[in-house]
Design a protein around this ligand. Structure first.
Ligand code: UT7
Length: 328
């Protein structure tokens, strides 16, 4: 009979760290690039300003900055990281993975390292994977990073999407725990909806020298998020054995404040639940949005370590993923 490793009983988030693109682009500046208005953007999404990377801020540099914070806050050193998972759709290289480049830059000796492509759900996919890796015994400390530079994939001839996107990175360290710190992951995809959000063919880059832009049918995503995903959010809460009034914090993917409002109505969460509205000053940073929202709530004191938070991501694929976590 094959021998297997003894795993850790439970896993938890030990820390979170973030990095935001340093260029602040408000709606007035955005409206010099597209035919729109500050009022329309605020009313339809809640966004007041967004953060973009400058030329010297890259997926690698932002990932490393977020990861260093998370590793330090976990009380660890890079040598102790046994696996790195990076979720991104804006790493402009097929190989090596961004995770391998992050490992090299951080000076981690030999971690398992790989990227995942699950768009705006990618951070929660990574947390679900990390939890399984720790409980199976294949890793002790897993660094999960969500990072995007969506401003470089934005089509400024498309006013229905250009005002949404932003650049940043969020990282957590997931480690062993004596008590459950990560609830069951609810995840899946809709194979009928592969064309709803797409980033064009990378061949464009080499053949035509054109950037492959994000194309999105926003109305379809909006409807899907406020119905199907709202139900999945309820499922994640129920699987963790929590009633709505036992939840402290709700951190949905920062896609649109109106989607968040609709989810809140669906979930019937009490007013006491703290809700992430990071989109207002950040825009939609896809895989980075949930960890950045988490860090912001903890830094502002609106949320505190040890509280229970429901996180949910949804986006291109279409894919979704969510779980209840204990805040680091
Ligand atoms: O993160 C990945 C997942 N993505 C999402 O979750 C995005 C989900 N979708 C959305 O958040 C929304 O669909 C958007 C914010 C992208 C768009 O908001 P909407 O309320 O769905 O607008 P719409 O596309 O239905 O357009 C409504 C109207 C249209 O005019 P008519 O046809 O009603 O005359 C558009 O032409 O608004 C017009 N419009 C604009 N007007 C001013 C579209 N974009 C703009 C604009 N400024 N930027």
């Amino acid at each position: 009979m094959l021998q297997t490793r003894p795993g850790h009983r439970y896993a938890r988030l030990m820390s979170v760290g973030g990095y935001r693109g340093s260029r602040v682009v408000d709606n007035a500046e955005m409206c010099t690039m597209i035919d729109s208005s500050d009022e329309w953007i605020r009313q339809r999404t809640g966004i007041v300003e967004r953060r973009w990377a400058t030329d010297d801020e890259t997926p690698l540099s932002m990932s490393v900055a977020a990861a260093r914070k998370a590793i330090e806050r976990a009380g660890l050193v890079p040598d102790q990281i046994s696996a790195i998972i990076v979720s991104t759709v804006s790493h402009f290289k097929q190989t090596p993975s961004l995770a391998c480049e992050v490992a090299a830059e951080l000076g981690c000796p030999a971690p398992a390292a790989f990227d995942i492509s699950a768009a705006c759900a990618g951070f929660s996919y990574g947390v679900g994977l990390a939890e399984g890796m720790i409980r199976s015994g294949s890793s002790d400390y897993v660094l999960v990073i969500g990072v995007e530079v969506l401003s470089r994939l934005t089509d400024f001839d498309d006013r229905s999407t250009a005002f949404l996107f932003s650049d940043g990175a969020g990282a957590v360290v997931v480690g062993p725990s004596d008590v459950p710190g990560i609830g069951p992951t609810v995840w899946g995809s809709d194979p009928k909806a592969t064309k709803v959000i797409e980033i064009g063919d990378w061949k464009q880059l080499t053949t035509a020298g054109e950037t492959p832009y994000i194309h999105m049918d926003g109305r379809t995503v909006f409807l899907w998020a406020t119905t199907f995903i709202a139900d999945k959010t309820k499922e994640a809460l129920a699987l963790a054995g929590l009633a709505p009034d036992e939840l402290d914090v709700f951190i949905p993917h920062q896609a649109n404040n109106r989607i968040t409002d609709s989810m809140l109505r669906h979930l019937k969460l009490p007013e006491s639940v703290v809700v992430s509205r990071d989109i207002v000053h950040m825009g939609n940073s896809s895989a980075a949005s949930v960890p950045l929202g988490m860090e912001a709530l903890l830094e502002s004191g609106e949320a505190t370590s040890g509280q229970t938070a429901l996180i949910i991501g949804f986006g291109a694929g279409l894919v979704f993923s969510g779980q209840v976590v204990t805040l680091p």
